[in-house]
Design a protein around this ligand. Structure first.
Ligand SMILES: NC(=O)c1ccc[n+]([C@@H]2O[C@H](COP(=O)([O-])OP(=O)(O)OC[C@H]3O[C@@H](n4cnc5c(N)ncnc54)[C@H](OP(=O)(O)O)[C@@H]3O)[C@@H](O)[C@H]2O)c1
Length: 282
């Protein structure tokens, strides 16, 4: 039986610590979220983020734009938040409707307020090995690995998925932590063979139960980022029931990676508030 990497418990612990740190800091950090359109999943994620803000003592502001908003109007909102001295972190909820150029919107965020870590400057710093803000989901995974004292240095890490929000920054973080990293994607030849070599396997594909027992090495640590609906239930990319006995440790879905993403966003927002407060003094 493998260790269940309990992201819910770990995130609650970290949020409780953060709440105390914020209360003792004399600061009142603020996060702004920007959502375009009315995609129910995006709305739910934004609501969860606002709820977490409330839980730890971070103020939050929600900017909502209609589904037919232009790139220009979203960029203008982001720039207004950049100028707003009360805002420490800006999060643009992705995906946005097709007519909005997400790259231009992300590029418009002040890198010092980019608590989601998607701005090219922050992504570049991450890949240079000197991260400032790095994406919340992969950073939360690194925190979870540390919480359970899973050794990363020297481990063979295999990531499936190369998105900018998960796969690529995950690779950089694992590499920065001295893992030997392979990134797989839809064009990878013999994916099962690549996966079978993994000491740490991270799946960020978005396909229910795609990772089967046969693809996992005995004793591997399995991190399931996927969030999928299957027969009315929320499931990951990994066939949890089949894999849990062969893995040494595994994240459940739900209750694994998801809560760590939100906790990291809160931590990044407080860090931004502290850094901005220091800048004001200097
Ligand atoms: N828990 C959380 O906090 C959290 C956060 C973010 C995302 N997610 C979830 O994680 C999943 C992935 O999200 P994402 O934004 O990274 O997705 P994405 O942008 O759609 O990327 C999916 C990746 O999977 C690869 N892929 C698809 N089919 C494959 C196959 N058959 N074999 C190998 N690789 C394949 C794609 O390869 P190509 O590049 O070649 O197309 C792509 O790189 C989704 O279920 C999402 O909901 C969860």
């Amino acid at each position: 039986m493998s260790t269940i990497l309990d992201g819910k418990k770990t995130s609650e612990k970290r949020l409780a610590i953060l709440k105390e740190e914020i209360a003792g800091s004399g600061l009142r950090p603020h996060l702004a979220t920007v959502i375009v359109g009315n995609d129910p999943a995006s709305q739910m994620y934004v609501r969860m983020k606002h709820k977490a803000c409330e839980q730890v003592g971070i103020g939050s502001v929600g900017v909502e734009l209609p589904a037919d908003a232009s790139t220009r109007s979203v960029v203008d909102k982001v720039r207004a938040l950049n100028r707003d001295g009360t805002i420490d972190g800006i999060l643009v909820q992705l995906p946005m409707p097709q007519q909005v150029d997400a790259e231009r919107v992300i590029g418009a965020i002040d890198p010092n307020k980019d608590v989601d870590g998607y701005h090219p400057e922050n992504m570049g710093n991450l890949f240079l090995g000197r991260p400032r803000f790095s994406s919340c989901t992969p950073t939360g995974i690194m925190t979870l690995l540390a919480e359970y004292q899973i050794p990363v240095a020297g481990a063979r890490a295999v990531i499936v998925g190369r998105s900018i929000d998960v796969g690529r920054p995950m690779a950089a973080l694992l590499l920065n932590a001295d893992a030997t990293v392979t990134i797989c994607h839809s064009k990878t030849k013999d994916l099962a063979e690549e996966l079978k070599r993994a000491d740490i396997l991270v799946s960020a594909i978005g396909k229910p139960h795609f990772i089967t027992r046969e693809m996992v090495k005995e004793g591997a640590v399995v991190i399931d980022v996927g969030i999928n609906q299957l027969e009315g239930k929320l499931v990951g990319d990994v066939d949890f029931e089949a894999v849990k006995d062969i893995a040494s440790a595994i994240t459940p879905v739900p209750g694994g990676v998801g809560p760590m993403t939100i906790a990291t966003l809160m931590e990044n927002t407080f860090r931004s508030a502290k850094e901005r407060a220091c800048d004001r003094v200097l």
